[in-house]
Design a protein around this ligand. Sequence first.
Ligand SMILES: [Zn+2]
Ligand SMILES: [Zn+2]
Length: 259
Amino acid sequence: MTSGMCVRCGGHIAVPEKETVVREKARQLSDQASYPVIYRMLKGIVLCGVCLDSLPLIGHDICQRCGRDRELQVSIGDEGLCRDCVHGEDGQILVANRSLLRYEKGEKDLLGLFKYRGDERLALYYGTLLAITVQRYYRSMGFTCITTVPLHPQRLQERGFNQVDLLARYLGAAIKIPVRPLLCRTKDTPKLSKQKGRAARHESMREAFVWDGKDMPFAAKILLLDDIYTTGSTLRSCARTIRAHLGPSCEVYSLTIYR
Ligand SMILES: [Zn+2]
Ligand SMILES: [Zn+2]
């Protein structure tokens, strides 16, 4: 029995073989309450058993702020923060970030395919991963809305779509939270590879966004969506703009596929 093609390897998805992996991963990602939901999402995900088994899932021991896998990073301090979060400035701007996967070598090509081609099946795949991440970390958070990191209008015109907006639409429907555009990007930032180091990137992200949304309650709890958290400076810049508009009682949490 097969059910479509795996988005990672292109092989057929053999349901009986996949079942054992689905159960094992569902146990790994859930607690008792979230098991049935996560199980169902993993069962429906367009991956074969082998590819599901080899997903670089972030483990249980994470930095409580940025959601990074702590196996990869020696942590210091008692608050469960990684080195970057302990030393980082304006750490409170973003309450927390959570991601599902480590950004390993094989992941780049797949994300690139989605980013520049907007493949529908990949939108469904990544959207499901994000819905699983919400179940894993942000269940019963009562978010007011989901919003996305916008592209600069020029980039949007070149590409024709913002891949993160596709994901937001899927995620919003899956977890029943409205999607609201809140920001506009006023500065087109050079590609990551062209920038030298964290400080330069941080500097180039300053004031890159302006508020462009409708009214929101001041105590809004906002789920900010992007595909990847690298240094977090883009997400913090968005959060800073949102909080400058809504005030300090507003809370911004971020969610990305990769960390
Ligand atoms: Zn596969
Ligand atoms: Zn951290």
